[in-house]
Design a protein around this ligand. Structure first.
Ligand code: DX5
Ligand code: ZN
Length: 221
């Protein structure tokens, strides 16, 4: 299994967006993670369609859009049109989860479901066949640079078991507090896709940090 690294541009310097994206590309990032926040589902407000469109023009890497918003279905078409390759919605904001995931696929994107730290994995069990990606949050969403929740690896291990029991090929992504000192624990637990914002963009050599994170996984049995 290969470890995929998804830099979250939430911690990037937006005044130098094209340099920051070029850095991710040169550093070997597997995708770019975009954190859309609406000030309702989470307290913070970030960006939407315009940012997806801007990043799309700067790279051909897959754009992994993490929607921390109420009523995510309102944005599916515009985000897909702006160049999103994958959209991940929160089960806490998706009462019609199966229909919403199916709609994301219909638009030609990969469909993801995210669970907050306090949300049980049971909430996604019935839709595993509709999932291309399962995101297990390792912080409570809303801000970059938060501390990794220590009980996360155990939950990730249960998520991996649930996917393999269902013979699902969905990616298993983790997001929040992923850094050199935490990534091995979730890799060992079965995660294959790692979002990292603060760890990459605050590093003295951000490009090298992408490789360093991946290498820690590759060197961890
Ligand atoms: C948290 C966001 C994350 C965040 C990554 O609400 O979903 O993607 O930017 O966090 P750090 O900075 O901890 O890697
Ligand atoms: Zn995110």
């Amino acid at each position: 299994m290969k470890a995929r690294i998804a830099p979250s541009i939430l911690s990037a310097d937006f005044s130098r967006l094209s340099d920051e994206i070029a850095m991710c590309v040169d550093g070997g990032a597997d995708m770019i993670h975009l954190d859309v926040m609406d000030g309702r589902f989470v307290p913070n407000i970030t960006f939407g369609e315009k940012m997806i469109d801007a990043v799309r023009k700067l790279t051909s890497l897959p754009l992994d859009v993490h929607m921390m918003v109420e009523e995510p279905e309102k944005y599916f078409e515009t985000f897909a049109g702006a160049g999103a390759n994958g959209m991940t919605i929160h089960v806490e904001a998706a009462p019609h989860l199966q229909r919403q995931l199916a709609r994301i696929r219909e638009l030609g994107c990969t469909a993801g479901a995210a669970v907050n730290p306090g949300t049980s994995l049971v909430t996604v069990r019935e839709v595993i066949s509709d999932l291309d990606l399962l995101l297990v949050m390792t912080v409570n969403p809303g801000f970059g640079g938060q501390e990794f929740i220590a009980t996360s690896p155990e939950k990730v291990a249960r998520a991996r078991q649930m996917l393999s029991d269902a013979r699902s090929h969905a990616a298993l992504e983790v997001d929040g507090g992923i850094a050199r000192d935490t990534i091995a624990s979730v890799w060992r637990a079965g995660a294959d896709t790692f979002v990292a914002g603060y760890a990459i963009f605050s590093a003295s050599d951000p490009k090298a940090e992408i490789a360093a994170l991946r290498n820690i996984c590759m060197e961890t049995a």
